[in-house]
Design a protein around this ligand. Structure first.
Ligand code: KG4
Ligand code: ZN
Length: 346
């Protein structure tokens, strides 16, 4: 089962070819960061236009690198949400057109489910079902949630952010500190030489049940107060020098990682989880990775995090998940629309 996957939900144009849901034959990602950097964030129209320009060439190159011919493909998959509407539409339309031309099925994939699946692309990873029930902490630029998985396709949302996503908190904090976009990797790098104890940034302690939309508020997150605390600190202590910036980056990062770790610590025993998945762009954060390793070391829990090549947005996770039989397929698939607010686990 060879699947070609396409991912255009945000600012990476990505195409991959995956065999049998696991063997990655090609994985190409064309980042648009350079184009969006002057604006300090992703501009949807620029993203969509760039996807349109890159996609055909990237698709041909991915196929070539996979060593397969067009006729060897058994399906074409694409993320159909959540994400930016205009950006999603490019990959979705291209995938449908290609599937039609090749006379193979088109499969629509939920981008967050694909992130959840990303650690299982590694040849050494266990079978999904073998480590269930599991808890997944999905942390990306647009979404942050805790999900319980009983098996592939059997999910229950446990908690989510009530305001900013973890990646968004990193990016907005970096902007306040005058750092480059995207801020997550920059804060990560600076924080390594910083003193996280220099400022005690707030941790959202008691989220209200009324705000949690039926979820357990103790498994939900909130990062907007943290961003405000950094803004207030910078108003009182303007123009931080290089050393102060490193310390602030470390303290700010610690507050985000702390909040995420606390949710995981609560959920693991409560859900009797056998494994913990941490995935999405923020799973590349070195401090978060360390904290998650420490957290499972004291417990009988398997930790699964994506290989760095599959941590950020990529199409291997999309093609892989489709190869496992997941996604919208069959007669409904050709009419599938882009779903910018597609839910996961509800
Ligand atoms: O999953 P992803 O690539 O795209 C979305 O689906 O949103 O996540 C992108 C997010 C950005 O906010 C970026 O700043 C963050 O992941 N990120 C990081 C790191 N690398 C990427 N955040 C913290 N530390 C990192 N090393
Ligand atoms: Zn993503």
């Amino acid at each position: 089962m060879n699947v070609l996957g396409i991912e255009t939900s945000c600012d990476e144009t990505a195409v991959a070819v995956v065999a049998d849901g696991r063997r990655v034959l090609a994985n190409l990602v064309s980042s648009q960061v350079r184009l969006h950097r002057p604006y300090g964030g992703v501009v949807p129209e620029i993203a969509a236009r760039q996807h349109l320009q890159s996609l055909a060439g990237l698709t041909a190159e991915a196929l070539e690198r996979s060593g397969l011919a067009w006729g060897d493909l058994h399906a074409v998959a694409a993320s159909y949400g959540p994400g930016l509407a205009s950006a999603l539409l490019i990959g979705l339309s291209a995938a449908k057109a290609l599937a039609l031309r090749l006379n193979v099925p088109f499969v629509g994939i939920n981008h967050m489910e694909a992130h959840l699946y990303s650690p299982f692309l590694s040849a050494t990873a266990p079978e999904f079902g073998a480590v269930c029930p599991l808890i997944a902490l999905l942390v990306s630029g647009g979404h942050t949630c805790l999900v319980r998985a009983e098996g592939l396709g059997q999910y229950r949302l446990l908690g989510r952010t009530l305001d900013d996503a973890a990646g968004e908190a990193f990016d907005k904090g970096a902007k306040l500190l005058g750092l480059d976009y995207p801020g997550g990797p920059v804060i990560d790098r600076l924080a390594r030489a910083g003193d996280a104890a220099c400022v005690a940034f707030p941790r959202a302690r008691s989220l209200k049940a009324a705000d949690a939309g039926g979820l357990d508020p103790s498994l939900c997150f909130s990062f907007s107060g943290l961003k405000t605390a950094l803004r207030n600190y910078l108003a009182a202590h303007p123009a931080p020098d290089a050393r102060a910036r490193r310390d602030l980056a470390a303290a700010y990062q610690e507050a985000i990682v702390d909040a995420l770790a606390r949710g995981v610590e609560r959920a693991l025993p409560r859900e009797r989880a056998r494994a913990l998945v941490v995935a999405g762009g923020v799973s590349l954060n070195s401090r978060l990775r360390r904290r998650m390793r420490d957290l499972v070391a004291a417990r009988d829990v398997v930790l699964l995090m994506p290989d760095p090549a599959f941590g950020g947005d990529n199409a291997a996770m999309v093609a892989g998940l489709a190869g496992m039989g997941r996604g919208v397929r069959g007669p409904r698939a050709p009419a599938l629309d882009a779903c910018p607010n597609l839910e996961f686990g509800r």
